[in-house]
Design a protein around this ligand. Structure first.
Ligand code: C2E
Ligand code: CA
Ligand code: CA
Length: 352
C-alpha cells in the first residue's frame, strides 16, 4: 500500500502484455462490484497503471514512478480503466508539471490581467455592462484563456485567480460607475469554483468592501456547472439570487443540460452562443435555434444576450426579433481597463 487510496501489485512473472491487460480488467471488475454498507449500496472504481521491468525502468523507484504516471493517464481518460506506461507519458507529465508551475508563478507574480468586453444596448449604442475576460501577460505575449483556464481549473488555481480578477474588476467597476452608475460587471465562474462553500461569503465580502450593490455583479455559469451535483448547484444559485447577484447561463445550447433545469434555476440571462449567431443568414437551423431561444427566454421571463455578433446583418436580424443586448466584435473586442475608462469618459462604447 502506498498511502491514500493507492496500492501496488507486484507480479514477478507474466506471459504477455495481453495477459497483464486481462488481469487489470479483472481487478477493475472485482473492485467495482457494489457492496452493502449500513443499508446503502456503495461502489468504488479503480484506475490501473502498468510499468514493466526492465523495459520501462532500471530501478524499483523508477518502476513505481512510471506505473504512477500510467495510472494518472488512466484516470484522465475516464477511470475504471488501465494504461501501460509509455515514454511519451513522461514527456507529457513533465510538460504538464512545467505548465502548472508556470501558471502558479504567474498567479503569484500578478501576471494575469483583466480585459473587458462591452455588452451593449443596441438601441442606445451604449454599454450596459462589461464581461471580464482573463489574459496572461507572459513576457511580450498576451496568452488567451483557451490556453490556461482548463489547467487552472484542474489544479484548482482558478479559485484564487478568479478572486484576484474579481478584486481588480470591482476596483475598475467602482471607477466606471462614477460616470455610468448602472454599469455592471459580468464574471465567468468555473464549475469547481461554484461548488465551494466559500463562494457566497467571498462575494458578499467583496461587494461590501467596494460598497457596490449586488446587482452590479453578474455571474456567468455554463451548463457543465450542473453536471456533478445539480441539486446542490440549484440551491446555491437560489442563495445567490437571494443575495441579489444576477445569474447568466453562458454558451446556452452547447451543453447537455435539460430544459427541466432551466425551469428550476433562478436565471436572469441566457447568453446565445456565438456558434448559433454566426449562422445567421447562412444556416436556417442556427436561425431556428436563435429564434427559439429568444422565445423561450421571453416566456421564462429571462433576458437574452447575443454573443459573438460580428456583422450588421446579424445585428439587424436580432433587432428585428427584439434582442437588443449585444456582445461582439461589431461593437468591440475585449480591451484593457484603460480603454474602457476612456470610452466611458468620452461617453461612447464603440471602437473607432
Ligand atoms: P466566453 O465566456 O464564452 O467568452 C466569450 C469569448 O468569445 C471571449 O473569448 C471573447 O473574446 C470571444 N468573443 C466575443 N465576441 C466575439 C466575436 O464577435 N467574434 C469572435 N470570434 N469571438 C468573440 P476569450 O476571451 O478567448 O475567452 C474564452 C473563454 O475563456 C471564455 O468564453 C470563458 O469560457 C473563458 N474565460 C475567460 N476568462 C475567464 C475567467 O476569468 N474565468 C473563467 N472561469 N473562464 C474564463
Ligand atoms: Ca462568458
Ligand atoms: Ca459564451
Amino acid at each position: 500500500r502506498l498511502g491514500g487510496d493507492e496500492f501496488v501489485i507486484l507480479l514477478e512473472s507474466y506471459s504477455s502484455n495481453s495477459q497483464l491487460g486481462r488481469i487489470a480488467q479483472k481487478i477493475i471488475q472485482v473492485v467495482g462490484e457494489p457492496i452493502e454498507l449500513s443499508g446503502h449500496l456503495i461502489s468504488v472504481g479503480a484506475s490501473i497503471g502498468i510499468a514493466l521491468y526492465p523495459d520501462d525502468a532500471a530501478s524499483s523507484d523508477e518502476l513505481l514512478k512510471n506505473a504512477d504516471v500510467a495510472m494518472y493517464h488512466a484516470k484522465q481518460i475516464g477511470r475504471n480503466t488501465f494504461q501501460f506506461f509509455t515514454p511519451r507519458m513522461n514527456v507529457e507529465a513533465s510538460q504538464r508539471l512545467f505548465a502548472e508551475s508556470q501558471l502558479k508563478q504567474a498567479y503569484e507574480q500578478g501576471n494575469f490581467i483583466n480585459h473587458y468586453q462591452p455588452i451593449v444596448d443596441s438601441l442606445s449604442g451604449k454599454a450596459k455592462g462589461v464581461e471580464l475576460l482573463l489574459r496572461w501577460q507572459r513576457d511580450d505575449t498576451l496568452v488567451m484563456p483557451g490556453e490556461f483556464i482548463c489547467i487552472a481549473e484542474e489544479m484548482a488555481l482558478i479559485i484564487p485567480m478568479t478572486e484576484q480578477a474579481l478584486h481588480r474588476g470591482l476596483t475598475d467597476l467602482k471607477l466606471w460607475r462614477k460616470y455610468r452608475p448602472d454599469l455592471f460587471l459580468s464574471v465567468n465562474l468555473s464549475a469547481i469554483h461554484f461548488s465551494q462553500d466559500s463562494l457566497i461569503p467571498m462575494l458578499k465580502e467583496k461587494l461590501k468592501q467596494f460598497d457596490l450593490p449586488a446587482n452590479s455583479l453578474k455571474l456567468e455559469v455554463t451548463e457543465s456547472t450542473l453536471i456533478k451535483d445539480p441539486e446542490k448547484v440549484i440551491q446555491k444559485m437560489r442563495s445567490l439570487a437571494k443575495l441579489g447577484v444576477t445569474l447568466a447561463l453562458d454558451d446556452f445550447g452547447t451543453g447537455y443540460s435539460s430544459l427541466q433545469y432551466l425551469k428550476q434555476l433562478p436565471l436572469d440571462i441566457l447568453k446565445i452562443d456565438r456558434s448559433f449567431i454566426s449562422g445567421i443568414g447562412i444556416d436556417s437551423a442556427d436561425e431556428a435555434i436563435v429564434e427559439a431561444t429568444l422565445v423561450l427566454a421571453n416566456k421564462l421571463c429571462m433576458n437574452c444576450i447575443a454573443e459573438g455578433v460580428e456583422t450588421k446583418e446579424q445585428l439587424d436580424y436580432l433587432s428585428a426579433r427584439e434582442c437588443y443586448v449585444i456582445q461582439g466584435y461589431l461593437y468591440s473586442k475585449p480591451v484593457c481597463a484603460e480603454i474602457i475608462t476612456q470610452f466611458i469618459i468620452d461617453d461612447k462604447m464603440e471602437l473607432p
